[in-house]
Ligand binder design. Structure first.
Ligand code: NAP
Length: 310
């Protein structure tokens, strides 16, 4: 009996999410071997490390795939280099700084015959599939999205997030949009937006979006300055009552039922899916959450808020 050799993976951008989620998920999945890393400053004990992706690709590690955990600005050239080298590519969210960048990467991967996987980790939260199945066939009447977290707690010292192309509060907000576009049968269209950018910064700490899903109004409130309890909730009013997803999709409450909860397996599921895509040669690239954020930056009324320091 022959067994398939593990996928030799290079991990790029060794920061918070690489350490918190990618490394444990890779270690727990026997389809992957972590063969090398690329990061300007960080290295991992026992894994060959390089200062950038070009050096990692040239490093003689016989790589099959790379997983990019850097900030979205600058990811295009890293992904393009990997694709051109014939490597399969997995992208953290947001998949790129702009919609044309991710569309170009999808075309490039197709032409080179490699897999591109633009991940949306929040779609892998425990209750998302069940919420989508329950909503299928219901009439959606209204949707409220509240995504409010403390930037200092979850993104300590990440100056890039408030720079141009850093997405600001849309860095977490895009997670809500990735869930909403997955579970709402009629998708989302943006009507209007407001955003508050702190003085001296380029990206917003607060935003509000007015959208439609079919005829139903959808209101989203994103806040990066929420201290105390953190809120990652989506409530969907339907002709059969209100569905509530809370804690980022890990708790589901259906009308007349007790809350359902399950273990967080977002990143193990993402790596299992990446292995499956590599096995079948399919790519998975859904640009809709990024498009909504780009639309918000196009139409938003902006105001300047107080200065912010980490
Ligand atoms: P992070 O802690 O700042 O880590 C990113 C790493 O990428 C940095 O440590 C840095 O390592 C490297 N890097 C390369 N180019 C960079 C640049 N121009 N500016 C800053 N760092 C650069 O950020 P993160 O929280 O891991 O987020 C990375 C990506 O994961 C983002 O797209 C984010 O949306 C996503 N994500 C984050 C979380 C979370 O909870 N934090 C959750 C899910 C997804 P070197 O200095 O060694 O190069």
């Amino acid at each position: 009996m022959t067994s398939t050799p593990p996928i030799r993976l290079g991990l790029v951008g060794i920061g918070k999410i690489a350490r918190d989620q990618h490394l444990p998920a890779i270690a727990a999945n026997d389809r992957f071997t972590l063969a090398a890393t690329a990061s300007r400053n960080a290295t991992l004990d026992g894994v060959p490390g390089h200062g950038d992706i070009a050096a990692m690709i040239a490093g003689g590690h016989d790589l099959d795939a790379v997983s990019l955990c850097t900030p979205p600005s600058g990811r295009f050239s890293q992904a393009a280099a990997a694709i051109d080298a014939g490597l399969h590519v997995m992208l953290e969210k947001p998949p790129a700084a702009t919609v044309p960048e991710i569309l170009a990467l999808a075309e490039r991967a197709k032409a080179r015959g490699v897999v591109l996987f633009a991940t949306w980790h929040s779609r892998e939260a425990a209750c998302i599939d069940r919420a989508r199945d329950w909503l299928a066939g219901k009439t959606i009447q209204a949707v409220r999205i509240d995504w409010k977290e403390d930037i200092r707690r979850w993104h300590p010292g990440q100056e890039w997030i408030l720079e141009a192309g850093g997405f600001g509060v849309f860095d977490p907000g895009i997670n809500a949009l990735s869930i909403a576009t997955r579970i709402l049968p009629d998708g989302l269209v943006l009507d209007a937006a407001t955003m508050e950018v702190p003085e001296g910064r380029a990206s917003p700490l607060r935003a509000a979006l007015e959208m439609k899903s079919g005829a139903a109004p959808v209101v989203a409130t994103f806040d990066f300055l929420q201290t105390g309890p953190q809120t990652w909730d989506i409530a969907v009013d339907t002709d059969a009552g209100t569905l509530t997803l809370s804690m980022g999709g890990s708790i589901l409450t259906l009308p007349g039922s007790a809350p359902e909860e399950a273990d967080d397996r977002e990143y193990p599921r993402l790596y299992a899916r990446f292995a499956e895509l590599i096995a079948t040669g399919e790519s998975d690239v859904d640009v809709r959450p990024l498009q909504l954020v780009a639309d918000a930056f196009l139409v938003a009324e902006r105001r300047t808020g107080p200065r912010f320091e980490f």
